[in-house]
Design a protein around this ligand. Sequence first.
Ligand SMILES: [Zn+2]
Length: 174
Amino acid sequence: MKRPILLHPDPRLKKVADPVSDLTDDLRTLADDMLATMYDAPGIGLAAPQVGVLSRLIVLDCVKEEGAAPRPLAMFNPEVVAVSDEISVYEEGCLSIPEFYADVERPAEVTVRWIDPDGAEQQETFAGLWATCVQHEIDHLNGKLFIDYLKPLRRQLITRKMVKLKKERAREKA
Ligand SMILES: [Zn+2]
């Protein structure tokens, strides 16, 4: 089931999410809902705070090649355990900040440890778009948005435009 995605600015997007201590069916359903919401958007990653749930859960699928099999990943309590010295720059976007994109520098490779929906611990090293995406989503769990990496003036400009966009969307719904 799809869930509504919160739009910036929203205080829930600035909060630190709580660790998941108990993998309940509700949380597994949330992961499935988040994947459905992400694919529908369409997007390549989504964090639980973006659907208003302050739990440490992210989903992603950065398979881009036409016709390639999808690789949906749901990560509970994801943690970056190592990063490369090499940096890469990607033009990032965010489902909570639609229509705005900006270059962000991040480590080119990251090793992430997480708990999968079956409760098993997983660890993998990601590169390329996967590395950018997983870092972007983990940032969401710490109340950090990609625009927080930009210069204050640019961030304020985007935030002002988002306030306007949210008002327009609210009017369309009314
Ligand atoms: Zn995002």
